[in-house]
Structures are given as C-alpha cells and as structure tokens.
Write a protein that binds this ligand. Structure first.
Ligand SMILES: C[S@@+](CC[C@H](N)C(=O)[O-])C[C@H]1O[C@@H](n2cnc3c(N)ncnc32)[C@H](O)[C@@H]1O
Length: 348
C-alpha cells in the first residue's frame, strides 16, 4: 500500500458507496490498493484505464462534480495536486457536494502546502481541520459544519473557464487552470515551433511535397498543433492524458478551424495508424515528482506510431540524454538545435 493512499482509505471505507476518491497524476502508485466498488473521479486517462480494468466506477473528466447532487456524499478523499487552483476547485466542490458533517480527507507533504490547505479549508468548511503526520506525508480531515456561516469559496482562478492566453496566426488561443503551463507559452515549445518551418522544408525536400499527417503527442492546449496548422499542415491528431488539456485543445481546434482529432490516451496507447510527422514536448514531471519513465514511454509510442521514413521532432531540457535513450529505437537521431536550456532532437 502506498504512503499516499493509505491515509485516505479509512474515510472511504467508513463512507462506503457514498464516498468518492479524487485522483490525479500525484497518486503515483495508482489504484491497485483501492477497495473494490470505490467510485473514482480522475482527470487522467491512464488512471481511468486502471479503474476500468479493476471494474471500479469511474468518471474521467476535468474534475466535474455535476454527476453528484448537492450535499449527497459522506466522504471525499484526495491526494493533493500540484496546482493551487485545482486543490481549491476540489475543496470548493467538496463543500457543495458533502452532506453536513461529511468529511474531505487530503494527503500531501509539508512543502506541497498541506498545512496551509488545512487552515484555508477549515475556514471554508466552518470547522477547524485536523492535521496528522502520516509517514512522510500529512493527512488533513475537514468536516463540513452543519450550521456553517457562508464562507467565500477559495480562489480557484475561475477553474472551469477557458480564457485567451495568446494568439497564434492572428487568432486567440485558449487555456485554463489544471493543465500544464496553462497560462503561458512554454519556452521549449516555442523553440520547437520556431524550427517547424525548417523541419517541414527538409521533409518537402525529401518527399517533394508538404507533410500531411501530424501527431501532437502530449498536446496540452494544442500549442504545437496550432503552430503546425498555421504552416499549412492539414491532418492533425492531438492526444493527451489530461482531461483539462483535451477540453482546451478541442476548443482551440474549433476556434482555429482545424478539422483534426483530439483524443485521450496514455502516451498514444489508444491510437492506431501511423503518422509521417510527430511533434512532442514530453512531460518531465509527473505531478510533484520527476519521472524518467515517461520519456521512455513517449519514445516507445513514437517508435510505434511513426510511419516508415517519417520524422519526429522532440524538445527536451539539454541535460536529458534523449539521443542515448533513443538509440535502441531509431536509426536516425540528430540534434539540429541546442540552446543553453533546451535542445531539439529529430528521430526517424
Ligand atoms: C511539457 S507538456 C507539453 C504540452 C504541449 N505540447 C505544449 O507544447 O505546450 C507535456 C504534456 O504531456 C501530457 N502528458 C503527461 N503524461 C502523459 C501521458 N502519459 N500521456 C499523454 N500525455 C501526457 C501533459 O498533460 C502535458 O500536456
């Protein structure tokens, strides 16, 4: 049993069917130790797949609580997320969905802000939350007071709202809290985008035509897809593990008139077919933790999904030995651009 899940289980077991486990990528060990029959709400496709394999009732969405009527749940358990807006959204939703006296139980580490959440959620719930040390983590138990004065919701940065964050090709690009780097243009992705004209021109020189099919692997709000579409790429598939990313990407495809596909997958595992170009800024962190395994997963997916003679373009931090990791899988490995912080690696 994991450090993260173990402190959450008693509350879930006490509440039985009337409880909800909220899970994102920070529940790193997954759902193996979750009791049979436990309902799970998750924004990650890989966790939803695990839940489905276990036969657990599961809602895969951007932490949308609308399936539960107001004041209907006895307990909600949650290993806290990295982004404050997400934690506040879950706490605000819990205050609406729990019965009076119902419990929100959280786990997290001191440097993840768990002590501050204990205070702020205590105020929201109208009763002081209990903080207990549990191994390396803390557990917070907040009980919704029966006669609580109306406390203002915690600032969740208007969690559900898609908002304009930048323009590509003169058109607005939308994003929202809950997805990677949601309120900015990532410097690594911008480097990759700046090299796309050369990347496509090199393909044109070999194929005597513009590349047609492109896969954006780990698409986020669709930044790389939108840049490729602005350069005339017509057939774009974008995929991500995160429900918030998929919502934003779908919206951006509609706004930019891209007739592409946006689909949920764990590093492309649900995709078939093959793509003559793949662009990717692979995740380096899984929530709070660094994850080298994700790089391998993304390289394996690229190997499987790249068409014969196709080319993939990755951007990674300079210190990641992507070229070495790629060696067993690809015959062509080149590093056309290096800056102090990032490098672009071409694979084929
Ligand atoms: C560094 S971000 C890049 C986002 C986007 N391509 C951009 O350039 O702005 C990595 C993306 O990979 C996604 N991701 C993380 N793990 C994943 C997985 N197992 N399968 C698919 N996507 C994943 C994250 O949700 C995030 O959107």
């Amino acid at each position: 049993m994991t450090d993260e899940l173990a402190p959450l289980l008693p509350a879930l077991q006490d509440a039985g069917k009337n409880s909800l486990l909220v899970a994102d990528e920070n529940l790193a060990e997954g759902l193996a130790a979750v009791p049979d029959g436990q309902t799970v709400l998750t924004n990650r496709r890989d966790l939803a797949d695990q839940a489905e394999r276990r036969g657990l009732p599961c809602h895969f969405c951007d932490f949308d609580f609308s399936s539960w009527p107001a004041h209907s749940l006895d307990a909600i358990a949650y290993r806290i997320s990295k982004e404050k807006a997400v934690v506040h959204h879950i706490a605000n939703s819990a205050a609406q969905r729990l019965v009076p006296g119902g419990r929100l139980v959280l786990t997290g580490a001191k440097d993840e802000g768990i002590k501050t959440y204990a205070k702020t959620i205590g105020v929201l719930f109208g009763d002081k939350a209990v903080l207990e040390k549990q191994g390396k983590l803390y557990r917070v138990t907040a009980r919704l007071a029966s006669s609580r004065r109306t406390a203002s919701p915690l600032d969740d940065r208007d969690y559900k709202r898609l908002r304009k964050i930048l323009c590509i090709d003169g058109k607005p690009v939308y994003s929202k809290p809950g997805l990677f780097g949601w309120d900015k243009e990532d410097a690594g992705s911008a480097l990759l985008a700046g090299h796309l004209p050369d990347f496509f021109a090199a393909r044109f020189a070999v194929w005597r035509r513009q590349p047609i099919r492109l896969l954006d692997l780990g698409c986020g709000y669709g930044y790389l897809s939108l840049q490729a579409a602005a350069l005339g790429i017509k057939d774009i598939t974008a995929t991500d593990n995160c429900a918030a990313a998929l919502l934003a990407c779908q919206h951006n495809f509609r706004e930019h008139g891209i007739a592409g596909r946006v689909s949920a997958s764990d590093a492309g595992d649900r995709l078939g077919g093959s793509f003559e170009t793949i662009v990717c800024n692979p995740p380096f962190h899984q929530g709070f933790a660094r994850s080298g395994g994700l790089t391998d997963k993304f390289l394996n997916a690229t190997r499987r999904l790249l068409a014969p003679g196709g080319r993939a373009l990755f951007v990674v931090n300079s210190f990641i030995p992507l070229e070495t990791l790629a060696q067993r899988r690809f015959a062509h490995i080149a590093t056309p651009v290096r800056t102090g912080k990032f490098k672009l690696v071409e694979l084929g």
